[in-house]
Design a protein around this ligand. Sequence first.
Ligand code: ATP
Ligand code: MG
Length: 331
Amino acid sequence: TDPLVQIQNLDVSYYTKGVQAKALHNIGMEILPGERLGLVGESGCGKSTLLKTIMGVLPPNGKVNRGSIEMDGRNLIEMDEKLRRQTRWAEISMITQSALNALNPVQRIDRQIIEAIRTHQAMSKEQAAERVSELFGMVGVDPARARDYPHQFSGGMRQRAVIAMALALSPQLIIADEPTTALDVIVQDQIFSRLRQLQQDRGFAMILVTHDIALVVENCQKICVMYAGMIIEAGNTRDIIQKPRHPYTIGLINAVSVLGSVTAPIAIPGSPPNLFENLEGCRFAPRCPFASALCHQKIPEPTTLENGQKVLCHHWSKADEFSKLAKSPET
Ligand code: ATP
Ligand code: MG
């Protein structure tokens, strides 16, 4: 199958008072139709920047300096803004962390979704209202509540309304940026099982950003691990969980399994590099327990293994050894 979306050599920077922060560096990835892909990595590694670049909603100081995002034979990066606007919600839609920001507090929820539908599709108000009822049913909210204002909804219901909005125009790709972080675990589970069910019924592809590797294991076939603006490892979720090849991924997985808690913070010592600095060598080298002189001098080239797993590490072939060392109790 051809990929639905193909990203190549993508560089994105933010400019603050003329100073450049390289938020994304040489990102390459593809999303197949109907695939669920999890994107993980610690705070500030560029997950939201990547999603915003795909959606075409970078803030004004964010610039794509290189690379392409192809979908249906078009490069979204070079697309005229008018055409690009038509792709948002209709072809790609986004669910963010804060459902409150996505909904207008002074407008009834059904009207907001009806308007969103009618700006893209020729549909009467009645037809659109009908569609809203259908969407509410799909996400598990009583359609009779469609005329409420956002503040009358609980957090979980609001997030469901945002999901309804994201589904309204049947896009081929839904990108979700920590969609349930603000919700309690039970509501989070309910929303995820609903989202999965919808995904299976309707066949859209999904990119899920989360801090929580356990959520990715449960919900996604593929996983991309980001570090300091780069994808350092990617592949089938099961392969990566069983045989991580990058020392950062090894640490990430150990942190979860050692602490035994799905919401535990990532316990890798040190902090990510300053994105304002021009770094030489591997961006993880300063924190990597296994770094050699080479790692500090040269950025590794991506290696693709037989199972399709991609890894960006000079010493990936020693990963089994690293895994054992990382698990030893003295560390
Ligand atoms: P989190 O898990 O905390 O949401 P993230 O992985 O989504 O983090 P991004 O929000 O993409 O990270 O940020 C990547 C880098 O870009 C960070 O260093 C951040 O400080 C910087 N950044 C993000 N937005 C802007 C902006 N509007 N202007 C300048 N720098 C920004
Ligand atoms: Mg983010």
